[in-house]
Design a protein around this ligand. Structure first.
Ligand code: G1P
Length: 287
């Protein structure tokens, strides 16, 4: 079965970027001129997704506005003959079908995904978390979809993380199948390094069979008092095989300030119009 739907939860508060995120969603922080969430939506589209369900919360209205038509702005750009900008602005609102579901209270990632249940309609679906930008010719979600097509099983993207950071990730225990694939044996949400089954972490891209939803429903409140997706995955693996896939690509966790700055520098260096001046500027810092 084709994977055409993606759930993108964007209800988190973004406290790491306060005060900027006091009045703007963290997903709207720009990487130069394109918000983080735009990159995530592009990844979904380039992976074959044509129906996106955003799980939003309070103060996320600007995400809806961003992907909507902007008649006054379009009129203004038309009058000023700024055709390039006009096209960029119009393209954003016609990218893909987007639906918005509001999560009333931030009760955890598992709960956020459950709110999309009616829309998912018993089909396999992708989940993309709104913080990560992953750069690669074959998008990370597409890599997961390819694995799903091969085995018909839920597949989660993983990478090796520094041992001292296991407390920020769902950490897996897996049986290696080949150099990039593990059969999932266990997954633990945010273990301290001494309790972590490995240093291989789930990074915010998933493809699920629809049975994940019933499994999330069966979970009880997990770590941090939240309904955790990881606990749902744990239950699912009792019923079905699940794969963990070591994706190819460069990941930027833009919810982290250092990674956010790195993303901006790398995108600037990849931009023909900017790279010369940015390189000159950076030379001044070489020790
Ligand atoms: C969530 C998941 C975690 C995963 C992480 C990836 O945590 O609960 O399992 O490893 O995303 O970014 P969060 O970062 O939302 O706290």
């Amino acid at each position: 079965m084709e994977i055409k739907k993606a759930v993108i939860p964007v209800a988190g508060l973004g406290t790491r970027f306060l005060p900027a995120t006091k009045s703007m969603p963290k997903e709207m922080l720009p990487i130069i001129d394109k918000p983080v969430i735009h990159h995530v939506v592009e990844e979904a589209i380039e992976s074959g997704i044509d129906d996106i369900i955003f799980i939003t919360g309070r103060s996320k209205r600007s995400i809806e506005d961003y992907f909507d038509d902007a008649p006054e702005l379009e009129m203004h750009l038309k009058e000023k003959n700024k055709d390039n900008l006009l096209k960029i602005v119009q393209d954003i609102s016609s990218m893909v079908d987007i639906h918005y579901i509001r999560q009333k209270e931030p009760r955890g990632l598992g709960d956020a995904i459950l709110t999309a249940e009616k829309h998912i309609n018993d089909e396999p679906f992708a989940v993309l978390l709104g913080d990560d930008i992953i750069v690669n010719k074959t998008p990370c979600t597409k890599q997961l979809i390819n694995n799903f097509k091969k085995y018909g099983r839920s597949t989660i993207a993983v990478e090796e993380v520094p041992m001292e950071k296991t407390g920020s990730y769902g950490i897996i225990q897996g049986k290696p199948m080949d150099e990039s694939l593990y059969l999932l044996e266990d997954i633990v949400e945010k273990p301290e390094p001494e309790n972590a089954p490995s240093n291989i972490g789930a990074i915010g891209r998933y493809v699920f069979t629809p049975e994940i939803l019933d499994c999330i429903k069966k979970t009880t409140t997990g770590i941090g008092g939240e309904i955790q997706l990881t606990d749902g995955i744990r239950l699912l693996k009792e019923e079905q095989q699940i794969y963990a896939y070591k994706f190819t690509g460069e990941r930027y966790d833009t919810g982290d300030k250092v990674e956010y700055v790195k993303a901006i520098i790398d995108f600037a260096l990849a931009n023909e119009d900017m790279k010369g001046q940015i390189k000159d500027h950076l030379k001044g810092f070489c020790i």
